[in-house]
Design a binder for this molecule. Structure first.
Ligand code: BES
Ligand code: MN
Ligand code: ZN
Length: 499
């Protein structure tokens, strides 16, 4: 597999001299007669186009034009911003991503991006840089002609904002660097979640995590199958036992210098099902291939640590990813089987396709054993959350209002909105078993019963569960992203720790 496309982002106080195939990206607010931010020759060229009504400035739209200016022909890329009053960081990110993808289709080597008026500062530049790098992501790892897409590899943000603001301030360079770290970590996450099950079984997932950990200085404390068995993680083992691939418990740790034991340890627990066939309760074939991304929550937990290791906040964080492949076979767990989990509770496996909660309860118990004072779990857990919230909001469940509020605020700032759902014993009938402590499935609505089961293992530790089944995967190509993994959750976790 090749590396995800990188994009070098730099800033310049004014439009640099252009080589022939470069483009100048000019933002246009919807319904306004002038481009937002450009001046001089560029301004006049764009005004003519807008006056003709050839470009409306709608969000996620672009138009490439060749305009004659005093300095010769220029390739201008008009980038729709949507309405001026709606132009927030999320809109800037999407505009920059859309511009990079349009520039790539035009085989441009460099994009010179002029941010819209009113968005010239360091913060906006950060949003542009982040969006641009996210937009550069491609997942055609296995396409022979893939290298051609690497044509667009530079983005220059044209802004006169001060690049030398003091450290600790809101300096342009600091913002752009932070954006680069975060966006590259999101792309790292997406590349894992886009990887087919064949090339990313649990142990390879663990190896890729360890390779990343070495590159950014995280500690690796992962467990193999024998340790998983010896410790009694019956949920993780049960799900894995139908597969020829051994499970892994991937554990990465970030320890800032000087952080004491009593500063608390935050744990990110991510579902790491490298492929979910449903097991003996097998799924129908249609769209089953998407289940190669059923480890997106795990990849997001690891991707967040990748960014955190570089941003160096003063907070101890551990990522715990129970990884397994859910397969049907003569050795597979069967409906009606009972597993004994790390926490000691037994669970009746009513449906082998409700496997995420079986591995997560062991991940949560392990995080608590490591001393976690607060937990966030992320999982592509239920089809039910997609029915409830679609693909624009993740479901947020919690046993702690204060912790839930912090997550909601971080997700809002990150532009990854969440919607709080209930965790309540009203739903307990659906997880009560006649013959074990709990059962893993009790009918619909399932997202709430899955969350309730997880909450029994979180106990009194402040815990948030993010059901990202609807947000982790783009069903169709978008102007700002290819079809496939979205990297959902990474930016929320980074914002939580570093925001
Ligand atoms: N990984 C799936 C949930 C999922 C579905 C994620 C669609 C992304 C897109 C999960 O393991 C699952 O199979 N859930 C079942 C559980 C049910 C059979 C008890 C579901 O939600 O249908
Ligand atoms: Mn399943
Ligand atoms: Zn699953």
């Amino acid at each position: 597999m090749s590396k995800p496309h990188s994009l070098t982002v730099e800033t310049a106080a004014k439009l640099p001299p252009l080589s022939p195939r470069e483009v100048v990206a000019v933002c246009v607010f919807q319904g306004e007669p002038e481009p937002a931010g450009a001046g001089g020759e560029v301004l006049r060229a764009v005004e003519r186009i807008l006056n003709e009504g050839d470009f409306k400035g709608e969000a996620e739209s672009t138009l490439l034009v060749h305009a004659a200016t005093g300095e010769g022909a220029r390739r201008l890329l008009l980038v729709g911003m949507g309405k001026r009053e709606d132009a927030d960081d999320a809109a800037l990110r999407r505009a920059a991503a859309t511009a990079v993808r349009a520039a790539r289709n035009a085989r441009a080597g460099r994009v010179n991006f002029i941010p819209p008026a009113g968005h010239e500062g360091p913060r906006a530049a950060g949003a542009v840089a982040e969006g641009a790098i996210l937009g550069a992501y491609e997942n055609g790892f296995y396409q022979s002609d893939e290298e051609e897409k690497a044509a667009t590899n530079r983005l220059t943000i044209v802004t006169s904002a001060d690049g030398d603001a003091p450290a600790g301030g809101d300096g342009l360079r600091r913002r752009v660097e932070r954006a680069r770290i975060i966006a590259e970590s999101v792309n790292w996450t997406r590349a894992l979640a886009d990887e087919p099950g064949l090339s990313l079984p649990p142990r390879e997932f663990a190896r890729r995590a360890a390779e990343m950990a070495a590159s950014v200085g995280l500690k690796v404390e992962s467990l193999g199958v024998e340790e998983i068995r010896a410790r009694g993680m019956g949920g993780l083992l049960g799900v894995a036992q139908g597969s020829d691939e051994e499970p892994a418990l991937i554990v990465l740790r970030y320890e800032p210098e000087g952080a004491g034991e009593d500063d608390g340890l935050w744990a990110f627990v991510g579902k790491g099902i490298t492929f979910d066939t449903g097991g003996i309760s097998i799924k129908h074939g249609l769209d089953m291939y998407e289940m190669k991304s059923d480890m997106a929550g795990g990849a997001a937990a690891l991707g967040a640590l990748r960014a955190i290791a570089q941003l160096k906040p003063d907070r101890r964080v551990v990522a715990v990813v129970p990884a397994a492949e859910n397969m049907p076979s003569g050795k597979a767990i069967k409906p009606g089987d009972i597993v004994r989990t790390l926490a000691g509770h037994t669970i009746e496996v009513v449906d082998t396709d409700a496997e995420g909660r079986l591995v997560l309860v062991d991940g949560i118990a392990y995080a608590k054993a490591l001393g976690a004072s607060r937990i966030v779990d992320l999982a592509t857990l239920t089809g039910s959350i997609i029915v409830a919230l679609g693909s624009h909001r993740m479901g947020l469940f919690s046993n702690d209002d204060e912790w839930a509020a912090r997550l909601l605020a971080a997700s809002e700032r990150a532009g990854e909105p969440a919607w709080r759902m209930p965790v309540s014993d009203d739903y307990k009938k659906r997880i009560e078993s006649a013959i074990a402590d709990f059962k893993n499935y009790g009918g619909r609505p399932d997202a709430t019963s899955a969350a309730l089961l997880l909450s029994k293992f979180a106990g009194s530790t402040p815990w948030v569960h993010l059901d990202i089944a609807g947000t982790a995967w783009y069903d169709a190509p978008l102007p700002y992203a290819p079809k496939g993994a979205s990297g959902a959750g990474v930016r929320t976790l980074v914002e939580l720790v570093c925001g």
